[in-house]
Design a protein around this ligand. Structure first.
Ligand code: ZN
Ligand code: ZN
Length: 165
């Protein structure tokens, strides 16, 4: 999503837009974007500085780190960034953590949104919190119910010798 700085007036402007998967280059490491990322931004222009406060929504498909099933995951986040003209910061720095620079009157939100989404992705995605994972012997997903493997050996079996008359 591109903001043309000279095209917006001083003060607050609202802008809504979308980013497609190809704009973000996120489709790696088992992550897939199902819907475009939707952006609802409040933009405050003060002189040449532009403050962006945007709600970010996306539906993604991730791979469960236990059972390897794919599942949908809803991302809701918020981008808050101050953009200043590049000349004020020197040409070589593009982002220093406090503010980002823009060039030639053009702010492209994609880079900061890509960083934001990458930081929000779960390190160990789980299809559900109590996902039982895969059977270590046959590899069957245990979320479908128990597999046919014998139960694991345990040292304590108080009822094994019990006979019902
Ligand atoms: Zn799972
Ligand atoms: Zn099994």
């Amino acid at each position: 999503m591109i903001i043309n700085v000279s095209g917006i007036s001083q003060g607050t402007t609202r802008l809504a837009g979308q980013l497609a998967a190809r704009d973000l280059q996120l489709d790696s490491r088992g992550v897939r974007l199902i819907s475009p990322v939707s952006i609802d931004a409040k933009i405050v222009k003060m002189g040449l500085d532009v403050y962006v406060d945007a709600a970010i929504d996306a539906v993604m498909e991730l791979e469960c780190s236990r059972c390897l099933e794919r599942f949908t995951w809803q991302l809701r986040s918020r981008l808050q960034a101050l953009y200043v003209p590049a000349a004020e910061k020197g040409v070589h720095s593009t982002a220093d953590g406090e503010c980002s620079c823009y060039h030639e009157n053009t702010i492209d939100l994609a880079e900061n949104i890509r960083i934001l989404i990458a930081s929000e992705l779960p390190r160990k995605p789980l299809c559900r919190d109590d996902c039982p994972g895969l059977c270590p012997r046959c590899g069957k997903p245990l979320s479908d119910g128990p597999c046919l493997c014998p139960p694991p050996e345990t040292g304590y079996r108080p009822f094994d010798g019990l006979k019902l008359e």
